[in-house]
Design a protein around this ligand. Structure first.
Ligand SMILES: Cc1cc2nc3c(=O)[nH]c(=O)nc-3n(C[C@H](O)[C@H](O)[C@H](O)COP(=O)(O)OP(=O)(O)OC[C@H]3O[C@@H](n4cnc5c(N)ncnc54)[C@H](O)[C@@H]3O)c2cc1C
Length: 387
């Protein structure tokens, strides 16, 4: 645990970085430059383009410095980050080298006048904690850094959406609702998070639903270039979206597009249990075509009376350029509601008596959170993955 003075010195220093013109980018550039000069072999761990890497680095630093006084938040975050980095070939010793590079970068940034002995000692103590937590978690993890898997099916359900099924070399012990990091042969070293759409099983079968993000580096290749036989790498599970069975509250699930995947995996897992809370699932998309998996969810609801599925779309009709075959909603299904998902859900009230999960694109999650907050939903009841 760091003392209040140390935390305030480090936060003040980082705040000066955020306030300076291009400050975060300059700090990140300087950090990686220091790291690669001291340890040229580290360059191999990173992709050719470092833009997104620098962005993630600054966002992670901001989260850590914001939460330095909350051990219960910062320590699990750092441990997860430490374990997750193993997929790049990084171990505990690399984190300590990273700590030294960050101190050097920060010192360069603020200049010698601000860099007093007290500031130096605050940064040393903080980075000992940060790098130590990451290094210990990375070195003590018993799971492999990643598993291999072979693509056995690539189904292009929409022009911009594919369902990809893999046969893993060994089963991955994830809980339904967790996500993993994936690397594909077409884009080496560019790992992306995906949420398995089925529960883990001993046969090592896994399914992902991937949406092509326009201008993205990896998702267009996952959707457009993947072929049966490709070898993917899949890292250990992360995240903790889950239905809390220890509390009596029923469940509200809100899915946007492929955000359905981790909710579907949980529902499929619940279908194997004899007792479940009631689950109300709103599955949404911009256009009717985005409800690509409505039939599966409808079938699940037929044999599981605790599950209600409500389809929602922002637009009533598919776009004129839509080229995939039309998806018909089953005739007995709840009729499709129209409107922006946050508004539609909150028309029914604040759902204050529910545990709530929201999954979708960052903008869908943000606008849904905003809508729920406006109607007074207790935010401590709401779970979502990191944005
Ligand atoms: C916890 C978690 C779970 C995820 N699960 C899934 C999943 O199951 N299926 C799936 O298809 N995707 C999922 N994603 C998103 C996925 O990890 C990638 O971010 C997405 O595929 C874009 O990668 P890219 O390389 O194509 O784009 P990038 O090159 O990384 O980014 C290009 C641009 O697109 C923006 N962008 C990134 N992601 C999105 C997004 N989801 N929607 C809109 N704009 C975006 C970026 O801000 C950037 O401006 C998940 C993300 C997280 C954090």
């Amino acid at each position: 645990m760091l003392d209040a003075r140390t935390i305030s010195l480090v936060r003040a220093g980082f705040k000066s970085v955020l306030a300076a013109e291009n400050g975060p980018e300059k700090l990140a550039r300087s950090f990686y430059a220091q790291l690669f000069v001291e340890h040229p072999e580290f360059r191999f761990f990173f992709p050719a383009s470092m833009d997104q890497q620098r962005d993630h680095f600054v966002r992670a630093l901001a989260y850590v410095f914001d939460n330095l006084d909350k051990d219960e938040r910062v320590v699990p975050f750092l441990e997860q980050l430490g374990r997750d980095h193993r997929k790049h070939g990084i171990d505990g010793s690399h984190f300590r080298a990273g700590g030294s590079a960050l101190i050097a970068a920060f010192r360069n940034f603020v200049g010698n006048e601000v860099w007093t002995d007290e500031v130096e000692s605050a940064w040393n103590d903080t980075l000992d904690l940060v790098c130590g937590s990451m290094a210990d978690a990375a070195d003590s993890d018993e799971l492999p850094p990643y598993w291999g898997g072979t693509v056995v099916e690539h189904q292009r359900v929409l022009d911009d959406l594919a369902i990809v099924r893999l046969q893993l070399d060994a089963s991955i012990p994830y809980f339904p609702g967790q996500y993993v990091s994936v690397q594909i042969p077409q884009r080496p070293k560019l790992w992306r998070y995906l949420s398995p759409a089925i529960p883990s099983n001993p046969q090592g079968e896994i399914e992902f639903h991937v949406r092509r993000v326009s201008g993205g580096w990896v998702s267009p290749a996952m959707v457009g270039e993947t072929v049966v036989g490709d070898r993917w790498a899949v890292s250990p599970p992360l995240g903790g979206l889950a239905v809390d069975r220890a509390i009596p509250e029923d469940v509200l699930m809100i899915a946007g597009g492929t955000g359905l995947a981790p909710l579907r995996a949980q529902i499929m897992d619940m279908a194997h249990r004899s007792r479940n809370p009631r689950v109300h699932l709103f599955m949404s998309g911009v256009y009717p075509r985005d409800l690509y998996d409505a039939v599966t969810l409808w079938q699940l609801s037929l044999s599981n009376p605790w599950l209600t599925v409500v389809p929602v779309t922002e637009q009533y009709e598919n776009p004129w350029w839509h080229s995939s075959p039309a998806i018909e909603l089953p005739s007995g299904m709840h009729h499709r509601l129209q409107g922006q998902i946050g508004r539609v859900v909150t028309q029914f009230g604040s759902w204050a008596d529910r545990q709530i999960q929201i999954c979708g694109s960052p903008s869908m999650v943000r606008t849904t959170l905003y809508a729920l907050r406006r109607v007074g939903t207790p935010m401590e009841h709401v779970q979502h993955d990191p944005l």
